[in-house]
Design a protein around this ligand. Structure first.
Ligand SMILES: Cc1ncc(COP(=O)(O)O)c(C=O)c1O
Length: 382
């Protein structure tokens, strides 16, 4: 076996290429409207909202484009603290803490809270950042069957007593399937077996509850879930993430979450945009209504065309593909119809699919273009 780095890299890349699993970076000039993006997580269309861009501009003029240091050194500003205050009030928790990304929030929080001899029970479809946090923590872990409380309960029942602390963790809306966790069932399990409960609301923040605070709030469960995570990169249209919970949790994370402590603070420009985004999320409920109306239209047309949809619970609409090659070909075909939908393949998911996301920005003519593209694709796939 050769020791050369290039040989190693070539070999690994060839294996991926042969399995139709090699990723390529792509970008399309969406703004010229020739290609419509149907796979972004910009659910409410806020990434292009003028008032957010202006808020970012104003904040950068006042505070600078970069924070210059981590929050605990000199990167903390009034905007960071205002944002945390507003997010806590939005979520109905005592406090919130901002991280630079959802990935950072998950790995930093899980690794700060858990270690040996603890155990973590995690839905098998949880996001990669959750799994990375679990591995980094050094705690033992068990991936229970996706959405299956029975599978989680069996494992918890048989193992909980062997460990010191336990964490039960799930997404609320699953990013790559679009299905919904049974939050009440998870709360009951956590209470019964003395587990801490953490819920990742990356794909429900901004979309559910009257004020857009997420699925937890829409079910009135904000006081039953001690560790609530969400991203500011999806419905918020910007970047960053939060952990919301009680004062003790946030005080502890400030001391122990390494991705918070040792990383330069989020840009003040982004904090300013996020404050504006939060205002719009809470006041412009028409965005949520339009997003779900569009989601219904997309589901309807996919069903009419006989596509197999993985779940109908949310704004994420995934169409099953038979294999990786077919998924790639389908994505390429749609691109030629002016429709950008990524083929999602392993290891992100177990089985290949086309992941369509609804958004408040789609107009009827764009959905009609999607319908025509999917109808033509159907003929090719048959
Ligand atoms: C469920 C879930 N959690 C966390 C993340 C990470 O968030 P971010 O993109 O802000 O790093 C994502 C992003 O795709 C996600 O889907």
């Amino acid at each position: 076996m050769s020791n050369s780095l290039n040989d190693f890299l070539n070999h690994k890349l060839e294996v991926l290429e042969k399995a139709d699993l090699k990723r390529e970076l792509q970008y399309y000039e969406i703004k010229n409207k020739k290609i419509i993006d149907f796979c972004s997580n910009d659910y409410l269309g806020l990434s292009q909202e003028k008032s957010l861009i202006e808020a970012a501009h104003q904040s950068a003029l006042e505070f600078g484009i970069g924070a210059g240091a981590s929050r605990l050194i000199s990167g903390n500003t009034r905007l960071h603290e205002e944002l945390e205050f507003q997010i806590a009030s939005f979520k109905g928790t005592q406090k919130a803490l901002i991280f630079n990304s959802g990935y950072d929030a998950n790995i930093g929080t899980i690794a700060a809270l858990m270690s040996k001899p603890d155990i973590i029970y995690s839905d098998e479809f949880n996001h990669s950042s959750i799994l990375s946090g679990i591995k980094l923590s050094g705690a033992d872990y068990y991936n229970y069957e996706h959405l299956c409380l029975k599978s989680a309960q069996e494992k918890i029942q048989s193992t909980r007593s062997q460990y010191r602390n336990a964490l039960l963790i799930s997404e609320s809306i699953f990013s790559m399937d679009g299905d919904m966790a049974d939050l009440k069932g998870l709360i009951n399990l956590a209470e019964k077996y003395n587990c801490w409960l953490m819920i990742d609301e990356a794909h429900s923040t901004g979309l559910f509850a009257e004020n857009g605070a997420g699925l937890i709030k829409s079910l009135g469960l904000e006081n039953c879930i001690p560790i609530q995570m969400g991203t500011c990169s999806k419905a918020f249209g910007c970047q960053g993430a939060y952990i919301a919970g009680n004062k003790l949790l946030i005080d502890f994370l400030i001391q122990r979450a390494k991705t918070f402590i040792y990383s330069t603070a989020l840009s003040p420009a982004i904090c300013g945009a996020l404050l504006q985004s939060l205002k719009l999320i809470q006041t412009q409920s028409w965005r949520r209504e339009k997003l779900f109306k569009n989601a219904d239209k997309i589901k309807e047309l996919c069903k009419k065309l006989d596509y197999e949809i993985i779940s109908e619970n949310s704004q994420i609409i995934c169409l099953k593909m038979t294999d990786n090659k077919t998924a790639l070909k389908a994505a390429e075909f749609l691109l030629n119809c002016g429709i950008f939908i990524q083929a999602i393949r392993p290891p992100t998911v177990k089985k290949a699919r086309l992941r369509i996301t609804s958004s408040a920005i789609y107009e009827n003519d764009q959905i009609n273009q999607l319908a025509n593209g999917l109808a033509d694709l159907r003929k090719v796939l048959k």
